[in-house]
Write a protein that binds this ligand. Structure first.
Ligand code: NAD
Length: 260
């Protein structure tokens, strides 16, 4: 039961983040959502989720590349919903290219959004969690936090880094009632994955169908994409009191990918 709790979910206008915001709100949390997208679509998400959950759902357009906007996100959340109890670092992007052709600006964007933004959000939320004697940080990492795939150098580096950040912060607040964990999905058929199919096809000289079946699902022994709702339910579990003693962990939800 997360009644009265305040949550931030970065990158929650789509995909996994949207599913997580839904689970947290249905469990009683007031949620600040964040991310890019069509304003009409974002208004609809807020309206639908507040009606379905009965919770206060607010939106911040903060760009996770920008530390000043991240500070505004945390300040705005604290002012309107109260101190942040639950922080879900989920915003992420992907870019697929051989290393020699990898655009340096894409490297910077991926490191900023997929790794450094979590340093900033966590840095700004941790004090209030420690003072409250309760807090939850869940970092949405990836199977690529522990294994690599070719042509995803920035993403793999950032997600390995995010796991390192997770473990370090977990140790730093282990006696404060604050847990810090990573959740590592395999392939979930969200916009992020749909968008990389054409580039992967190009990089590997395959058809798009072959990328889905022979590259993506080849990694996943279950031969199925993971559902965003499955990720969201595990995040909700990590936010519950049943998970008080789980900290510094990396929960794989990857259909067996990292077992081999
Ligand atoms: P998605 O593209 O559907 O959603 C990404 C969200 O992040 C969107 O709301 C988008 O607007 C937001 N975003 C992007 N750039 C941003 C920025 N600069 N500032 C603020 N928000 C920004 O992708 P998804 O698949 O739901 O990915 C969510 C997380 O899950 C990412 O961290 C991703 O790396 C991770 N993940 C996804 C998969 C998968 O197969 N889909 C697998 C493993 C990990």
């Amino acid at each position: 039961d997360l009644s009265g709790k305040t949550a931030i979910v970065t990158g929650s206008t789509s995909g996994i983040g949207k599913a997580i915001a839904g689970q947290l709100a249905h469990a009683g949390a007031n949620v600040m959502i964040n991310g890019f997208g069509d304003p009409a679509e974002i208004s609809r998400i807020i309206k639908d989720l507040s009606a379905a959950s009965g919770q206060t759902i607010l939106y911040s357009p903060a760009d996770m590349r920008k530390s000043d906007e991240i500070k505004m996100l945390v300040d705005q959340t604290t002012a309107s919903l109260g101190a942040v109890d639950i922080l879900i670092n989920n915003a992420g992007i992907q870019y697929v290219s051989p290393l020699e052709d990898f655009p340096p600006e894409q490297w910077d964007a991926i490191l900023d959004i997929n790794l450094t933004s979590s340093f900033h959000t966590t840095r700004l939320c941790l004090g209030a969690m420690k003072r409250a004697g309760w807090g939850r940080v869940v970092n949405i990492a990836s199977a690529h936090s522990t294994v690599a795939s070719p042509y995803k150098s920035a993403y793999v580096a950032a997600k390995h880094g995010l796991l390192g950040l997770t473990k370090t912060v977990a140790l730093e607040c282990a006696t404060d009632g604050v847990t810090v964990n990573a959740v590592s999905p395999g392939y979930v058929l969200t916009d992020l994955v749909v968008r990389q199919i054409p580039d992967t096809a190009k990089a590997r000289g395959l058809t798009e169908e072959a990328v889905k079946n022979d590259v993506m699902l080849a990694s996943q022994p279950t031969k199925k994409f993971v559902a965003a709702e499955d990720i969201a339910k595990s995040v909700l579990f990590l936010c519950s009191s049943s998970a008080d003693n789980i900290t510094g962990a990396n929960l794989a939800i990857d259909g067996g990918w990292t077992a081999h």
